[in-house]
Design a protein around this ligand. Structure first.
Ligand code: NDP
Length: 273
């Protein structure tokens, strides 16, 4: 059996083993996939230990995606753009290849699963951490009218916008400086949901045609989607679809087979009902 794992801290909550087991069954691939919690100061040794135990590859999650990028020997173009990796391949010669599939996963969920075109849309991304960094070039690649990044710490949003400005119309500012006018799509990429909170924002950001997408997911409506629902947006989506789509893209990198994501998204959503 080929061995894979997701490495993070914390990792107990991860749905990735369930998703990859479903992909493996569906595509008749012989593999195992487990969770490994790396101590915060020992990502590298944890990863190398798994590689030495005949690991074939790993998904990397919070907070190690930048370290994963830095220790790889070769990188996909996408990983080079975002300077982070969530998918590692352990090659037979001992070298490590790094890719990132978060951005592809988000775009696939929005544009393919939900048939929503991002072309010429006004998009607001809340948060300026690792997830925002991973999705910005992919959002810009869809030719939106404009993309704004708003973050609690304004400087981080400004820096991120500066970094990606060559790829399209993007600006960054503090979450408290948000103009109260509606966006076509609001993406919550803050980690506020992890603590069951969401910052109070002007309701005028949402109109009856706004789509609200939370990268975070939870058994019940996430705090961001609860906040958004008060203003009656056209659509409220959580991050389950992105999670499954980014996993499918990783699975393809490892196995060369693209699994059917719809039944797996359905399975996870039913589990949450
Ligand atoms: P990071 O820790 O890198 O960044 C967190 C961001 O959230 C920062 O911009 C931080 O602002 C902001 N933030 C945290 N708490 C608050 C708060 N109370 N109010 C306002 N802003 C806040 O996290 P990631 O970017 O890696 O992850 C963000 C979210 O995306 C997580 O919920 C994660 O689970 C989700 N995610 C989902 C994926 C999926 O497949 N569905 C894939 C990847 C991530 P500041 O800079 O001021 O500290």
């Amino acid at each position: 059996m080929d061995k894979y794992a997701v490495i993070g801290h914390p990792v107990e909550h991860s749905l990735s083993p369930k998703i990859h087991a479903a992909f493996a069954a569906q595509t008749e691939q012989q593999l195992t996939y487990k969770k490994i919690e790396a101590p915060l100061d020992a990502f590298k040794s944890t990863l190398f230990h798994f590689q030495a135990q005949d690991g074939c590859g790993a998904n990397i999650t919070l907070p190690f995606k930048t370290q994963a990028f830095e220790l790889a020997h070769e990188h996909s173009d996408a990983a080079k753009k975002v300077c982070a990796a969530n998918t590692l391949v352990f090659r037979e010669d001992g070298t490590i290849f790094a890719d990132t599939t978060d951005g592809v996963g988000l775009i696939q969920d929005i544009t393919h699963n939900h048939h929503y075109s991002l072309r010429q849309k006004r998009i607001l991304v809340l948060g300026a951490g690792g997830a925002t960094r991973s999705i910005i070039p992919f959002l810009l690649g869809q030719a939106p009218a404009k993309l704004m990044i708003a973050n609690r710490t304004a400087k981080k949003a400004e820096q991120l916008a500066d970094e990606f400005r060559l790829l399209g119309e993007v600006s960054g500012f503090g979450i408290d400086q948000l103009e109260a006018s509606p966006f076509d799509l609001i993406i919550n990429a803050t980690s506020a949901g992890l603590t069951g909170t969401f910052p109070e924002l002007p309701g005028a950001l949402i109109s009856s045609t706004t789509w609200c997408y939370d990268l975070y997911y939870a058994k019940n409506a996430t705090p961001f989607l609860q906040w958004a629902a008060q203003y009656h947006p056209e659509q409220c989506l959580d991050g389950i679809g992105m999670l499954v789509e980014q996993a499918a893209a990783s699975f393809y990198v490892w196995r060369g087979v693209y699994p059917d994501t719809a039944p797996v998204i359905d399975m996870l959503q039913k589990q949450y009902e």
